[in-house]
Design a protein around this ligand. Structure first.
Ligand code: NAP
Length: 493
């Protein structure tokens, strides 16, 4: 812990406690669990291993704080969110280091995540003052009908490890903007950034009980979160994570019929048509695939290349991938860091081995890099991928590009849509009529057209099919945190 604190300008950003009702406190059981640096496997901190008692205390605080926060003027909520945004940017370098240390992404990407996560806080600070309802055109004399938007209530935010700052910021910011209070649980692997973010929120003036954060180990998560699922005061779950856990949360919370936002797994296709600008397509693929060592929900998982440009594209791509710099996150030259843990590396190795066994050609990479640390894997390109390989059906979540071949547009689109998921898709083409046709046919919440960088606080982020429902960011993002109340006033003549 001391070693970690020594790397920060503000060592007090490392919190070893839960935040409940404005107070930093240990788990009721006194238990803790260890957080380790994925690059080295070394333990860097200990945080509370919370259980149902802590979760309930957090929900008690959020429920008690809700009436006053709901009634704060939108402009007052907006001002506090702006202060939080400023505090995140002012402590950006420390936060970037924390992200890199606990998550493993290169520190340059950590800085990018701070800016990206902060942009959601600013966006929703601005939207807080623009939550309009409707005055419905009069239907009967003497009657006025109005639709108001009200905060849904206490929100449970449950987030993954791949964006330790951005995922929690883009849930808490809209919740607070709408007038909701929050109970949150970050992922086991990456709670430190979330705790630091909560401290900055507290310093920005978020009142006690409005944000409550508990940390848990993987073993304790079902117990702690289970308390929220059964608690009728918790009116909404905003979850980002894997599809099986999303389905579990939806099932287990059904008894209290909560509003749900489910940002789940992806299996993104990336299509390169014969008429694409190949250099742009290679650059777009590098951007979208290798961010966070391939551990993002919008990472292309299956790359479809039309037969006329297949070999040329494979050659251009392999050269660029082989040149990527793999190094620990703290090394400023790193472009690819370690994967999050040994289970992640095992999955990537299994996908590569299975593909090669089923006839894939290894163009570059393909191996673990134990000399760098326990969780490093080479950026990899595989040609001749087919639908009977594991990496066709499952999210690899690592630095592996499988190239599938297709012959015509209809086949390419059919193959891209041949998945239970529908989060992001990408395609490269220079034919305007094809761009229009294909954009409409792809089954996904997000379509990148001649572009690999698609995320923005101003844009609606979310999926279809088993990638979930709900949208984060944009002017639609507040809808997930509000309910519509209809007022019908009579006797007005
Ligand atoms: P995960 O295993 O589903 O975990 C996500 C969160 O749920 C973590 O906080 C986890 O806690 C918690 N959790 C897991 N099992 C639980 C249970 N039984 N009860 C209560 N909470 C539980 O996902 P992950 O491995 O962290 O993240 C990777 C996945 O997230 C990928 O599928 C990726 O595509 C998806 N993702 C989606 C988006 C999107 O916007 N659509 C964005 C980013 C990531 P523990 O860490 O303690 O297990």
């Amino acid at each position: 812990m001391k070693e970690l604190q020594a790397t920060l300008v503000r060592p007090d950003l490392i919190r070893a406690h839960n935040l409940i009702n404005g107070k930093w406190q240990p788990a009721a059981s006194g238990k803790q669990f260890a957080i380790s640096d994925p690059a080295t496997g070394k333990v860097i901190a200990q945080v509370p291993d919370s259980g149902p008692d802590d979760a309930r205390a957090a929900a008690d605080a959020a429920a008690a704080a809700f009436p006053a926060w709901k009634q704060a003027l939108p402009r007052e909520r907006s001002d506090i969110l702006r202060k939080w945004h400023a505090a995140i940017l002012a402590n950006g370098e420390d936060l970037a280091r924390l992200i890199s240390l606990e998550q493993g992404k290169p520190v340059g990407e950590g800085r990018g995540e701070v800016a990206y996560g902060a942009s959601y806080v600013l966006w929703f600070a601005e939207e807080a003052a623009r939550i309009y309802g409707d005055v419905i055109p009069q239907q009967q004399r003497g009657k006025r009908m109005t639709a108001l938007k009200e905060p849904v209530g206490v929100v449970a935010a449950i987030t993954p490890w791949n964006f330790p700052l951005a995922m929690i910021a883009r849930k808490i910011a809209p919740a607070l903007a709408a007038g909701c209070t929050v109970v949150a649980k970050p992922a086991e692997d990456t709670p430190l950034t979330a705790l630091a973010l909560a401290l900055l929120a507290q310093e920005a003036g978020v009142p006690p009980g409005v944000i409550n954060l508990v940390t848990t180990s993987r073993e304790q998560a079902p117990g702690a979160v289970g308390d929220w699922l059964a608690d009728e005061r918790v009116r909404k779950i905003s979850f980002t994570g894997s599809t099986p856990v999303g389905k579990y949360l939806a099932r287990e919370s059904a008894n209290t019929l909560k509003k749900l936002s489910m940002e789940l797994g992806g299996n993104a296709p990336f299509i390169v048509f014969d008429d694409a600008d190949l250099d742009a397509a290679v650059s777009g693929l590098l951007t979208s695939k290798f961010r966070n060592a391939g551990q993002t929900c919008v990472c292309p998982n299956r790359v479809y290349v039309q037969s006329g440009v297949y070999e040329r594209f494979a050659e251009l791509l392999s050269k660029r991938v082989a040149a990527l710099e793999v190094a620990p996150a703290t090394d400023e030259s790193a472009q690819i860091g370690p994967l999050i843990n040994d289970r992640a590396v095992d999955k990537v190795a299994r996908h590569v081995d299975d593909a090669v066994t089923h006839g894939a050609r290894l163009l570059t990479g393909g191996k673990r890099l134990p000399a760098l640390g326990p969780n490093f894997f080479e950026p990899t390109v595989l040609a001749d991928a087919t639908a009977d390989m594991l990496l066709f059906r499952e999210e690899t979540f690592g630095p592996v590009v499988p190239l599938f071949r297709f012959y015509d547009e209809a086949e390419g689109v059919r193959a891209a849509n041949d998945t239970a998921f529908g989060l992001a898709t990408y395609f490269y083409s220079q034919d305007v009529r094809r761009i229009d046709r294909v954009s409409r046919q792809l089954e996904a919440g997000i379509v990148g057209i001649n572009e690999g960088a698609i995320s923005s606080a101003a844009a609606p982020f979310g999926g279809v099919k088993e990638s979930g429902y709900g949208r984060e960011g944009s002017r639609y993002g507040l809808d997930d945190y509000t309910i519509v109340k209809y007022l019908c006033q009579g006797g007005l003549q």
